[in-house]
Design a binder for this molecule. Structure first.
Ligand code: URP
Ligand code: ZN
Ligand code: ZN
Ligand code: ZN
Length: 469
């Protein structure tokens, strides 16, 4: 059935105008004033609303065996949460451990999504080991439509790679036109500092941040950048949390290293005092890199506004309170992760655009367009244009609400942003022309979400185009 979204204000990364959007066969086929609705066409009135391109979360964990347990979401719960929050495409980290084969892991992760997702999805393929068998497997995965890898410089002996493996991964990525995303923390320093703190009897969640101080992340970021420079590969730092790491990334960008930067919503809005809350409540706020001193917020927001931080993702990774208990008496065993998939767009809109100083177009760029460009989805995703997929968010900027675990769709028993006000919400959300959210409520269909095959080489160009002059 065709769909007409009438009289909204279309907001893209670089334009703002009032128009109707007409959708046929999953695609935007016309944009203009006073478009006719043919018989049988569904009409949605978007008067007084903003019409954004569907938002893209470039950093999500759904199926994740990690720290002796499993992240809580399924593709059904995660895609419901994503869509309720305006995210129409998510990129999940496919993370087999070092003990598993890449290809077997890839097939397993794909099978978890198959027939289950309501939103569109794809994967960053984690390279957690690089031995004689790895290269052929990665070539096969790339040929299946995966044009980004993930490496962890942290999580020694589980996901973490050695420098030699990073070099080989980047060399292959460069050859294939694949962008490499990286979790940048020095694994050796983390292991040593954790052991030293535990030996002093410092076991609570408040010691998580001191065990991975800012310099640990700055070192990882600088080292990743140096390896990118040496290999000529394109890279993307995930969940950057602090000014010293930002400086390392910006220094690399300034000297021409092909590097893009992601921060995540917890690092823009929460700080380390949350992890210092008494009675083990702090465990809810344990993620890596850790929540930082609040003095980091302004440099991150400023860099985001200037486009020096490219994207805002979530690093969505839910563990419930019982799972967090695994680390009572030893903070190194607290499952790492703060879920935010459902709330990212509303929080960034509220504390960026509505109350802060984030430009409306930069908001769209950081939460949708730039991820599409970096990860080979543009212009199919990430914009409102004739020929693009009809992934649309009709956003009500007059809605007022409060975030609460009691009303969330994420499969978890707490919300790290509990009680925070939001100035707006998605009223209607479409995925390829199908209405998935109506009146703010999920009305979608599981299994409708598609696996997105992505071309290689697009990322290389995008990273260069975004680089500062
Ligand atoms: O704490 C985090 N970030 N959990 C998810 C795994 C990762 O490092 O992205
Ligand atoms: Zn208005
Ligand atoms: Zn990470
Ligand atoms: Zn992550």
């Amino acid at each position: 059935m065709p769909l007409l979204i009438r009289n909204g204000e279309i907001i893209t990364a670089d334009a703002r105008y009032h128009a109707d959007v007409y959708v046929e066969d999953q695609t935007i086929t016309r944009i203009g004033r006073d478009l006719e609705a043919p018989p049988g066409c569904e009409v949605i009135d978007a008067t007084g609303k903003l019409v954004f391109p569907g938002f893209i979360d470039p950093h999500v964990h759904i199926y994740l065996p990690f720290m002796s347990t499993f992240a809580k979401d399924t593709y059904r719960t995660a895609s419901t949460a994503a869509l309720a929050g305006g995210t129409t495409t998510l990129i999940e980290m496919c993370c087999p451990s070092r003990q598993e084969d890449a290809l077997a892991g890839y097939e397993l992760w794909k099978s978890k999504a198959e027939g289950q997702s309501a939103c569109d999805y794809t994967f960053h393929m984690a390279v957690t080991r690089f031995d004689e068998t790895t290269e052929a497997q990665l070539r096969q995965i790339v040929a299946d439509g995966i044009s980004s890898f993930k490496i962890f410089l942290s999580y020694k002996n589980f996901f973490g790679v050695e420098d030699g493996e990073m070099y080989r991964t980047l060399t292959l990525a460069r050859e294939l036109g694949v962008i490499v995303t990286a979790h940048c923390e020095n694994a050796e320093l983390v292991a040593r500092l954790q052991a030293a703190l535990l030996a002093e009897g410092k076991t609570g969640p408040e010691w998580h941040e001191p065990s991975r101080p800012e310099l640990v992340e700055a070192e990882g970021t600088a080292r990743f950048a140096a390896f990118l420079e040496a290999t000529g590969a394109s890279g993307y730092v995930v969940h950057l949390s602090c000014e010293p790491a930002l400086k390392a990334a910006l220094a690399a960008k300034a000297r021409g290293v092909r590097l893009a930067v992601e921060t995540v919503i917890p690092h823009l809005l929460l700080d380390k005092t949350y992890a210092e809350r008494p009675d083990f409540e702090g465990a809810r706020y344990v993620m890596s890199p850790p929540l930082r001193d609040a003095r980091n917020h302004k440099p991150l927001w400023d860099a985001l506004q200037m486009g020096l931080i490219d994207t805002v993702g979530t690093d969505h990774c839910p563990f419930d309170l019982e799972q967090k208990e695994l680390g009572r008496g030893d903070f190194t065993r607290i499952p790492n992760g703060i879920p935010a998939l459902e709330d990212r767009v509303n929080l960034l809109y509220t504390y960026g655009v509505s109350r802060g100083s984030l430009d409306l177009h930069r908001f769209v760029d950081a939460a949708s367009t730039r991820a599409a460009r970096l990860f080979g989805l543009f212009p199919r995703k990430g914009t409102v244009a004739v020929g693009s997929d009809a992934d649309l968010v009709v956003y009500d900027p007059h809605y007022r609400g409060v975030i609460s675990a009691a009303t969330q769709h994420v499969n978890n028993d707490y919300n790290g942003f509990e009680g925070m006000e939001i100035d707006g919400r998605p009223e209607v959300v479409t995925v390829r022309g199908r209405v998935m959210v109506r009146g703010g409520q999920f009305v979608g269909e599981y299994g409708y979400g598609q696996f997105l095959r992505r071309p290689t080489a697009q990322a290389q160009t995008a990273v260069l185009e975004e680089a500062p002059a």
